[in-house]
Design a protein around this ligand. Structure first.
Ligand code: NAD
Length: 379
């Protein structure tokens, strides 16, 4: 990751003023401690730049005459401001830091809980399961008794993480009689024939599919007028087409089998609000589409006993966001100042929410959007 231009003193002063006004809690970077292990891979090539000549102040210069409470005043000092000069490109998959396997969550326990939370004997597919949120969800699903098929475009990482997940499960469940079946599969979720091939491969290896979690996705930041068209198409291809193709493919299998099924699509709070200060209009629109796709499919497939729900996470500390925040602390300050819970979420925060929506405890919940965002969208 290269920071091409450091924030100017003017911009830092702007951020500090903005943050202190809206922050209710002291800022503490231990809140980013959710990922314990440092990334094992070299990380490079993300491009962030903050160009001081285009700072918000330059648009509303100090000597500009304006009455208190004017539109210009609001824009300059308010929190609802996008810096069009922030630009972040998603790295190639071999440049992404590896996600550490979560420890201490998958073992046997003797706490009483409802049996209907269990996913025992089902087969669950997680797209984008080789890293970040998808990998944590995958671990939660296996810990809840399901077999698992990880689908990812990063074939090697999917394979490696599958092995690590199983090793960890074995360590946490010594003497277990029946191990879960965990398989990895390649797919570019934006490509219809690749999706069809992956679904056929999963059914061949696992025998069936009962549940689906669509997690493959990425975000990039460019201002709307500079967003490269090919990057926008790629983003919508993965987030919107990818979600549609996988949900439709799995529904077809379930309907042919005359079997009930459960799906959770991973949206984002960005489908309901507009993040600041980074510009990301196409991502926000794509995640809004995903949320309404889930609602539409929930209605269309309700008579087939297929439930479709959406989870909209807030800021979640994956390896990538952690790296970004380590190098650009002012972004973390800004984000945290807007989260009532006072911290960025961790992938573990999504484990239980996904398991709940896939399980029989959510049998009468379909078409819902569950926000897991520390209250971000409430204020
Ligand atoms: N991290 C956050 O703050 C956050 C917040 C809200 C929503 N989300 C959403 O959660 C999901 C996962 O995000 P993450 O932060 O864990 O990212 P991540 O980069 O760690 O994981 C994404 C995974 O998707 C895979 N992938 C990307 N394109 C693919 C394609 N075309 N086909 C198959 N696999 C593909 C990647 O190889 C990677 O393994 C995304 O949909 C993201 O938009 C993330």
């Amino acid at each position: 990751m290269n920071i091409l231009v450091s924030p100017s003193p003017t911009r830092l002063a702007f951020l500090a003023r903005n943050i202190s006004r809206h922050s209710t809690k002291p800022l503490n970077f231990n809140r980013f401690a959710a990922l314990n292990n440092p990334p094992t891979r070299k990380f490079s090539s993300n491009t962030w730049y903050l160009n001081s000549s285009h700072s918000p102040r330059s648009r509303f210069p100090l000597n500009q005459a304006k009455s208190p409470g004017s539109k210009a005043d609001e824009k300059e000092e308010g929190i609802s401001f996008i810096d069009e000069n922030i630009s972040i490109e998603y790295p190639e998959s071999d440049e992404l830091p590896r996600t550490p396997i979560i420890q201490g969550r998958g073992g046997r326990h003797f706490k009483r809980t409802l049996a209907q939370f269990s996913l025992e004997e089902s087969v669950t597919v997680v797209t984008g399961g080789a890293s970040g949120i998808g990998l944590a969800i995958s671990q939660g699903i296996v810990a809840s008794g399901s077999h698992l098929a990880i689908v990812d475009m990063n074939r090697d990482e999917a394979h490696t993480q599958t092995e690590k997940l199983l090793e960890q499960f074995k360590r946490e469940n010594p003497g277990i009689q029946r191990m879960p079946k965990v398989t990895s599969h390649f797919a570019d979720v934006s490509n219809p024939s690749s999706v069809d091939h992956a679904i056929a491969d999963i059914i061949a290896k696992q025998g069936k599919i009962d549940n689906l979690v669509t997690c493959a996705g990425f975000t990039e930041n460019f201002s709307a007028i500079t967003y490269p068209h090919d990057r926008m198409q790629k983003l919508w291809g993965v987030v919107v087409d990818g979600t549609y193709l996988f949900t439709a493919g799995v529904a077809k299998h379930l309907i042919q089998r005359q079997a009930a099924g459960n799906m959770v699509v991973i949206g984002s709070m960005s489908g309901a609000i507009v993040n600041v200060p980074q510009p990301q209009a196409p991502y926000n629109a794509a995640k809004a589409a995903v949320r309404h796709l889930a609602a539409s499919l929930a209605v269309e497939w309700a008579s087939h006993d297929i439930r479709v729900n959406c989870i909209s996470p807030g800021y979640i500390l994956t390896a990538l966001t952690r790296k970004i925040l380590e190098e650009n602390a002012e972004f973390g300050d800004k984000w945290i100042s807007l989260i009532p819970a006072g911290r960025v979420g961790s992938p573990e925060d999504l484990m239980g929410a996904v398991v709940f929506l896939l399980s029989d405890s959510a049998k009468y919940i379909t078409g819902a959007d569950l926000r897991v965002d520390g209250g971000y969208t409430l204020t």
